[in-house]
Write a protein that binds this ligand. Structure first.
Ligand code: TPP
Ligand code: MG
Length: 804
């Protein structure tokens, strides 16, 4: 038997035995963690548990073939794998269960994710890349079933790109594209669209991925017959099987309790993927779920006695143990000793983790009890405060919330009293809250020097004698040309992006110049286009994923919000994916070509910058800025701007539109009009017409919706005009309401207003088609004019008499 690729055939029995027992120890360790983990939830120490029991053995096989530089993109069952590659210790496992907020103790997410969601660190403290080829890598898990699939495609594709682009400096990311991306997914999750889209795209792209399907025949309580045609995923996938004449996918099937077969299968799979860059699917059957799906509920409710008995008999750890004994690799006592030792280790780890989790809270509690006590002694509400104090003393295992509640309630009883003791308590609470909040809220965006909002503005420059006027799309194309020249790791891909250089020819001719790896066409599959981008960005490339029209971004919204937008936050800044999503929208006609749905996007995509440039100069400047930063962003180009003439800057590729900065495009004194994107042009026209009736509007381009106006410049305009109208083509209460909150509440704009702040938006329905459909669905020049005029009329009817 060949145990690992590094094992020679003439391995000594002792070495062989040591390897087997080392695997057995990990399998048993992992199982013991699962069993004790469940108890921690049942006794109330942890809130929820989802464990890897029943899936241990195939994960050991996967870990054996997993090499430095490889990446995993998996799901919550993979604790055994993480232990086998040395990235999860029992104590970490318990800290994960308790949601300890200290990243040193809970290395997977500092308590931000539930247990069973794993990660390895790709970044140094300053946000720069580690050398990923020197370590085993796991992209950060998300809870959404099959949500790991789109990213898996990109992780695998990165190897292909690195193998093809020989001139790239890939030293931190790849050794000639030899890395395999390893996916894992549950059998039931293969019902999801993301699974099928990824499988098809992997077959088309021929990327080195090995996808394991852990098949326990259930998805929580629902058996295979409701999930999978023919109840056999590899059978249904067989049409993807490669043959002599057609590239495709290699599909392997193996039983999850068969140690030797697993080792062979994984070695074989790794060779095929690594050397040939062919995707492989391993359907691992006959797995079990000894403790049921999670700590919520028990599987006795939905598995019959026969199934439960079968699961007991075919538990992979049990069969592994029997095989070890039957093959004479070890004796019963030897295994019993190992097991005893491991049980002790895990119990100790659990105890230590709990002590560590509590110690910070206990020490805070001690101080707080003392402060409340001292304040009570000098207060007229002594008895009420004593009760709070005593309740707190009685809380043996306090969490931060208990401390905050006690301190905040105590302060209410001290209101109006002036004592040093009250001040001390208030100061303690303020410090406690300000130190605690970042533990839960930091790292939504980069906290390092190259965060996008720190990239300095560089204005576009123009030839003084004769500035060339070009179509917007030409300006954009020539700017992309500069970017691809400057950044050899930049690549763009999407529907019609390659050969014709996008539907609006903003990339015209660039495939011929830079090759079809860097300027590439894809299938029509928005979710995996973004997945390609996330995966490649996680491996040091600078992808630009193109979504043809903004209205089709909803197909990939799940991947954007669940994976990309939460990445930095959920990893506590330990992984980054600086992906740019390029799309076009605004001011079009019809239900699916209007490109207006900004409110929806800004709400679910916190963690991604959302930029809505009004023209291609601004758009190009945003691309230039983003390439200098390392954060993800969505850029919505103005669809009706590609054929409009713009002055061509002479510093293409260099000028930078700042992120989080508004631009005043017209000075004025009477009213502030705030808008963005194509609607801004309409507002500019309306402002000209308003001037004809003596209303001098100031026009502000929001430009970047997330984040909006980080310097608070809009409020300065209100200080002058004392009136505000926000205009966009989103639904009422959409992005305009967000902008209003930012200006009125966050910037304190209400203090300067003499008229009610207002919004002018599209109608509440999706936009109708045609010129008239547009006119009657979205704000037009007349609407803007009349709304601004009405505000002036209300303020000063003698100068601005009623229009109609
Ligand atoms: C998109 C989404 N839908 C539903 C859920 C709730 N959910 C969590 S796990 C699960 C079952 C998954 O079963 P399977 O893929 O077979 O994996 P297993 O747990 O059996 O290993 C469900 C429905 C989820 N997390 N995400
Ligand atoms: Mg399952």
């Amino acid at each position: 038997m060949k145990v690992s690729s590094k094992t020679s055939n003439d391995i000594s029995f002792e070495d062989f035995k040591e390897q087997i027992l080392s695997d057995y120890k990990i399998a048993f360790l992992s199982r013991t963690c699962s069993l004790l983990g469940r108890k921690e939830v049942l006794t109330g120490k942890a809130k929820f548990g989802i464990f890897g029991d029943g899936k241990e053995l195939p994960q050991l096989a996967m870990a054996k073939s997993f090499q430095n530089g490889d990446f995993r993109s998996g799901y919550y069952r993979d604790q055994t794998f993480m232990m086998a590659i040395g990235h999860l210790k029992p104590k970490d496992f318990f800290h994960g269960l308790y949601a300890t907020t200290n990243i040193e103790k809970e290395p997977m997410s500092a308590g931000r994710q539930m247990g069973g969601h794993f990660v390895t660190y790709s970044l140094n403290e300053d946000g720069s890349w580690k050398n990923l080829t020197e370590q085993k890598n796991s992209s950060s898990d998300i809870s959404c079933t099959a949500g790991q699939m789109p990213r898996l495609l990109g992780l695998a594709q990165a190897s292909k790109v690195y193998r093809e682009l020989k001139d790239l400096d890939s030293s931190k990311f790849s050794d000639n594209g030899n890395e395999v991306a390893w996916g894992t997914i549950g059998n039931a999750s293969t019902s999801e669209g993301m699974f099928w889209e990824t499988i098809n795209a992997a077959g088309v792209l021929q990327v080195p991925m090995v996808l394991s399907i852990w098949d326990d025949e259930y998805g929580i309580s629902v058996p295979a017959k409701y999930h999978t045609t023919k109840e056999d995923i590899s059978k249904v996938l067989s049409g993807f099987q490669r043959d002599e004449n057609n590239p495709g996918i290699e599909i392997l099937k193996v039983k999850g309790w068969d140690y030797t077969a697993l080792m062979h299968t994984y070695e074989n799979a790794a060779d095929i993927a690594r050397q040939e860059h062919v995707p492989v699917v391993i359907h691992v059957t006959e797995l079990t779920q000894p403790q049921g799906h999670s700590t919520s509920g028990s599987h006795e409710r939905y598995k019959d006695d026969e199934r439960l008995a079968w699961e007991r008999d075919n538990d992979c750890n049990k069969r592994f143990r029997e095989w070890i004994l039957e093959s004479g690799i070890a004796r019963e006592e030897e295994l019993a000793n190992i097991e005893k030792q491991i049980k002790r280790t895990v119990r100790e780890a659990k105890k230590e983790a709990w002590t560590e989790y509590l110690e910070e809270h206990l020490s805070l509690k001690k101080t707080l009890v003392q402060l409340i006590n001292e304040a009570a002694n000098v207060s007229s509400n002594k008895n009420f405060l004593a009760k709070i104090k005593n309740d707190l003393i009685a809380t043996d295992e306090p969490v931060k919330k208990d401390l905050a509640v006690a301190a905040r309630k105590a302060l209410r009883y001290l209101v109006g009293e002036s004592s040093k003791e009250r001040e001390d308590l208030a100061n303690w609470l303020n410090k406690f809250l300000s130190e605690s909040q970042p533990k839960f809220s930091s790292h939504l965006y980069s906290e390092n020097d190259n965060r996008a909002t720190k990239i300095k503005a560089i204005p576009p420059k123009y030839d003084s004698e004769k500035t060339e006027k070009v179509d917007g799309r030409v300006l954009l194309r020539d700017n992309f040309d500069k970017l691809f020249e400057r950044y050899p790791n930049a690549l763009v891909f999407g529907e019609d992006t390659g050969a014709i250089g996008d539907v609006n020819q903003g990339l015209e001719g660039l495939q011929a110049k830079y090759g079809n790896t860097r300027i590439a066409d894809t299938g029509i599959r928005e979710t995996t286009i973004v997945g390609q981008g996330i995966g490649m960005a996680l491996r040091g490339l600078r992808p630009i994923a193109e979504i043809q029209y903004l209205d089709y971004i909803f197909y990939t919204l799940a991947t954007l919000t669940d994976d990309l937008a939460s990445l930095l936050y959920r990893t506590y800044g330990k992984q980054k994916a600086p992906l740019i999503i390029r799309t076009r929208g605004h001011r079009l006609e019809g239900i699916w070509h209007s490109g207006s749905e900004m409110g929806g996007l800004i709400h679910v995509l916190r963690g991604i910058y959302i930029l809505a440039p009004r023209n291609m100069t601004q758009a190009a400047g945003f691309y230039n800025t983003l390439m200098k930063s390392d954060e993800p962003a969505l850029i919505i180009e103005s669809l009706n701007g590609y054929r409009l003439k713009e002055d061509k800057p002479n510093n293409l590729g260099e000028f930078c539109t700042p992120i989080g900065v508004v631009e005043k495009v017209k000075e004025g004194t009477d009213i502030t009009l705030v808008s963005y994107g194509s609607t801004l042009r309409i507002v500019e026209q309306a402002a000209k017409e308003l001037l004809e009736v003596g209303i001098d509007a100031e026009v502000i381009d929001a430009q970047t919706l997330l984040p909006f106006d980080i310097h608070g410049d809009t409020v300065k305009s209100l200080q002058k005009t004392n009136r505000l109208l926000v205009i966009d083509e989103d639904v009422p209460g959409g992005c305009s309401a967000y902008l209003l909150t930012e200006i009125i509440e966050k910037q304190g704009g209400y203090k300067y207003l003499d008229s009610a702040p207002q919004t002018l938006t599209a109608q509440a329905h999706r936009p109708a088609y045609g010129t008239d459909g547009d006119y009657f669905s979205k704000p037009n020049v007349e609407d803007v004019f009349e709304k601004a005029y009405a505000i002036m009329n209300e303020a000063n009817p003698s100068d601005y008499p009623r229009l109609r």
